[in-house]
Design a protein around this ligand. Structure first.
Ligand SMILES: Cc1cc2nc3c(=O)[nH]c(=O)nc-3n(C[C@H](O)[C@H](O)[C@H](O)COP(=O)(O)OP(=O)(O)OC[C@H]3O[C@@H](n4cnc5c(N)ncnc54)[C@H](O)[C@@H]3O)c2cc1C
Length: 504
């Protein structure tokens, strides 16, 4: 029996499998599609924006370098001139407007705030790592149902059954695990059908290049023949699940662009909507959800992959500790209490964009105000901070001595020998980073053996800190500026780590 079965070898299922295997759990992934390659995962449709927490997570597991070997495009940074750095509802914000001094926990050694990459590339890198770590991936096997008992889960697929202690549904927006598990999926209905198409256009001069917001919706030509459209039809076409024909694409682009443009051939087409729904719980007994299986929303501003990879980074070490009976009470429940509110924020972020993209006078008026605000320094800094996930943090509930860094991702401190803290988290252990080489901290943390690694030494920039305790996913659970309160660090550690039993 495996420790965990994951349904779906998308990026979230793969990254979660890597995290579990890193913590020495046995993992089987069952994937519906026989072939991992798809034109929709490749450029330009497969283009994905990665935000700061995702980039940090990949860096902390040594994976960022592997992405760098592939075709990676850097999004311009703050202070790099008046280049577009991103958008909100299609309204651009510019890098020279962003005031990074407002982001006090970012250091010169911090990883990038945003990158563009490709779905196929991320999946390839994650498959390679998963297989290296011993994950078994079986393709062409769709999960159809499951049954759980107090001790495990039996999963059905193509007249075969598979057993595991836990099942995690990473099977995307139409998740069978979510449906069979009776999870409530609450939210709001769509306002539009979105189209990603590759077409031949007989008279391309009739369409304008770039992003065009019209009285009927939006169309975008990132390069000739690659047409993305938003048609405010209440999501009707997407949900009818009808075949996408060249005639239909032509009718939609004519309506949106108010032209008589002719589509002479259709090569690739897929649809999506702004339906925004979230599972009201992420766990039912031994079954959990992560990624699009747990939440869906419009892909505006590119947040879904980041949200899902964040779920995986949060869940992996907690589920592993639970399986290995080294989880303090409530550790696994904290997956939901931490990740659900982040999902709420992302769904609302996509709803806000739809709200000012509607083809009506109210939305146009709001859009104009947003455009003005985003041209201010504070406006651009706020929007960039949200789009790039700069302020992502978990509510510590007052634990960890109330230090403002508690619940935040650890800044990428660079030690005097040039090693960064992100580079030390590769093994997925907790870390006590002690800038002051405090002997009582070292004696205390030695009780944790391999669970918490002790790292000491001065950093080039310490943000006034003397020590921090870091979880395996890189989030801070305790921090001290000067005087170390040993009781406070013990209390914080007890919430996240179980001390190994003393050797008799
Ligand atoms: C046009 C578009 C642009 C986007 N741009 C961005 C962006 O820039 N940035 C960003 O962060 N996000 C973006 N997203 C969202 C992002 O692609 C998704 O959020 C992300 O792919 C979710 O990953 P996942 O692993 O949860 O699900 P998926 O990628 O959907 O993977 C699920 C996997 O489960 C498999 N599966 C399904 N059913 C079963 C079953 N019954 N049994 C076994 N396997 C099954 C599927 O075959 C698939 O391989 C975009 C989405 C779209 C549509």
């Amino acid at each position: 029996m495996k420790d965990v079965i994951i349904s779906g070898a998308g990026p979230v299922g793969l990254f979660l499998a890597c995290e579990l295997a890193l913590a020495k759990c046995s993992v089987l992934i069952l994937e519906k599609a026989a072939d991992p390659q798809s034109p929709l995962k490749q450029l330009p449709f497969g283009m994905r924006g990665l935000s700061a927490p995702t980039i940090e997570a990949l860096y902390r597991r040594g994976l960022l370098k592997e992405l760098e070997l592939h075709k990676r495009v850097k999004v311009p940074h703050a202070g790099q001139g008046p280049r577009q750095a991103g958008h909100f509802a299609g309204i651009p914000f510019y890098s020279d407007n962003i005031d990074t001094s407002q982001w006090k926990y970012r250091l010169p050694s911090s990883t990038d705030t945003s990158l563009l990459t490709e779905m196929q590339e991320i999946e390839t890198v994650l498959v390679r790592r998963a297989e290296t770590l011993g994950v078994e991936i079986r393709r062409g096997l769709a999960i159809t149902d499951f049954h759980q008992t107090a001790n495990g889960v039996t999963v059905e697929s193509a007249e075969q059954s598979f057993q595991a202690k836990w099942l995690v549904g990473c099977d995307g927006s139409r998740s069978v695990v979510r449906k069979a598990g009776g999870f409530e999926f609450a939210g709001t209905e769509p306002e539009f059908t979105g189209y990603s198409t590759q077409v031949d256009i007989a008279d391309p001069e009739k369409l304008s290049p770039g992003r065009n917001v019209t009285a009927r919706g939006m169309y975008l030509q990132s390069q000739p023949g690659y047409l993305i459209m938003q048609d405010f039809d209440g999501g009707a076409f997407h949900h009818a699940e009808k075949p996408i024909t060249p005639e239909h694409v032509q009718a939609v682009i004519r309506r949106i662009s108010n032209t008589d443009v002719t589509i002479s051939a259709l090569h690739i087409a897929t649809t999506w909507t702004d339906r925004a729904r979230q599972a009201t719980t992420y766990r039912n007994g031994r079954v959990l959800l992560a990624g699009d299986a747990a939440h869906i929303h419009a892909p505006l501003g590119g947040q879904g992959l980041n949200l899902g990879l964040g779920d995986a980074m949060n869940l992996g070490w907690k589920l592993a500790a639970t399986i290995q009976e080294k989880a303090p009470e409530g550790l696994l429940d904290s997956y939901y209490t931490e990740r659900y509110p982040i999902g709420v924020q992302v769904l609302d972020w996509s709803r806000a964009q739809v709200g000012i993209m509607r083809p009506d006078p109210d939305a146009r008026a709001l859009n104009a105000i947003f455009r003005d605000l985003m041209n201010t320094r504070d406006g651009a800094t706020y929007i960039a901070g949200r789009v790039w996930g700069i302020h992502t943090h978990y509510d510590s509930g007052g634990s960890g001595g109330e230090h403002p860094l508690v619940g935040h991702s650890v800044p990428n401190f660079e030690l005097e020998d040039g090693i960064t803290i992100g580079g030390l988290i590769h093994d997925g252990q907790g870390i006590l980073l002690d800038f002051d080489r405090n002997p009582s901290l070292k004696t205390w943390v030695d009780n944790y053996g391999d669970y918490i690694r002790y790292v000491s030494g001065k950093a080039k920039e310490q943000l006034g800190l003397s020590a921090v305790l870091i979880r395996p996913d890189g989030f801070i659970v305790w921090a001290a500026d000067q005087q170390v309160d040993l009781l406070a660090v013990k209390e914080a550690a007890a919430k996240w780590f179980v001390a190994p039993a003393p050797v008799p």
